[in-house]
Every structure is written in C-alpha cells, then in structure tokens.
Design a protein around this ligand. Structure first.
Ligand SMILES: [Zn+2]
Length: 172
C-alpha cells in the first residue's frame, strides 16, 4: 500500500469515527431524554448518522469495526449515564432499567429534561464542526473517498443550517 493510499484509509477511518460518535450520542440522547418531541428529534438525527455510516462502511469494508470515536465533538458524557432523581442511583444509559433497582421508582426517574432548543443547539454546533472535520478529511483523499467525504460534509453543513432555522423558530 502506498503512503497516499494509507493516508486515505486513515481519513476514511477518522471520518467513520466522527460519524460513529454522532450516532452513539444521538442514540443515548434519545434513550435518556424525557420529552417526546426531543426524543423524536434525536431519533431523526441518529437516522441521518446511521445513513452516513452505511455510506462510509461501503468504502472502508471490515476495517470499519476498528474506528475509534474522533475527534470528540459530541457531549457524550452528558448522556452516557443516567441518575435516578429520587435516590441518586446511577446506571449506564444503554442498560437503563424499567424501574430503579435501588428505590423502585419507574423508569422516568432516570430521564433527563433536555429542552428542544438544547437539542438543536447541540445538533447545530456538532454538525458545523463535523462538516469542517469531514471537509478536511476530504481534502486529504482522492476519487470515490473524496467524493463521499465531501458529500457528508455538505450534508452536515446543511444540518447545521437547518438547526439554526429550528432555533430561530423556537425562539421567536
Ligand atoms: Zn432510585
């Protein structure tokens, strides 16, 4: 493998890391948020990341499984754990129980009040930075990889713009 091709493979792995981090964040945020409209919004944002992952995995093949989250754009810490607001018991969001194992209160006790404005703020900020990162990675690539990375960057820029519009509407 030439140096050029090696660096191109790195770019694809890094891009996949960006997308996988976003996907993980939106999945966790969807589970942990209390408000239905916020859940639906995170779910939709997660679907878009899943579609991006699919496009990248078509290029990376089996190496895809090794992609590490990169470059930490998303506030994963804010959603990876959930705390019972009655007794303070902490669980992993992915294994959130139907009732608190310590105090017995129903599942909603672990859910977080994330406002829709906050959801769009996060989507806007992370999409803008993700678009920049993907654009840089596209610049280091050629051919099909460049094309796909540039397309994903454009998608994320469009999502950042969409988030701006949603926020303007919510605040008006
Ligand atoms: Zn509890």
């Amino acid at each position: 493998m030439s140096a050029k091709r090696a660096s191109e493979a790195d770019s694809l792995q890094q891009a996949l890391g960006v997308v996988l981090e976003g996907l993980a964040f939106y999945e966790l945020a969807q589970i942990v948020s209390a408000d239905t409209r916020v859940k639906v919004t995170f779910e939709d944002l997660g679907r878009r990341k899943a579609a991006q992952r699919k496009r990248l995995e078509e290029l990376t093949g089996p190496a895809a499984k090794d992609a590490a989250f990169y470059p930490n754009l998303y506030p994963l810490d804010a959603v990876s754990k959930a705390e019972c607001y009655v007794c303070g018991h902490v669980v992993d969001t992915r294994s959130m129980p139907n009732q608190c194992p310590k105090c017995g209160t129903a599942r909603y006790t672990f859910e977080k009040e994330i406002a829709l404005t906050k959801a769009w703020e996060i989507a806007g900020e992370t999409s803008r930075r993700s678009a920049e990162t993907l654009r840089d990675l596209a610049g280091k690539s050629t051919g099909k990889a460049k094309e796909v990375l540039a397309a994903l960057s454009t998608e994320d820029q469009a999502l950042a713009d969409e988030a701006g519009k949603e926020l303007a509407e919510l605040r008006s």
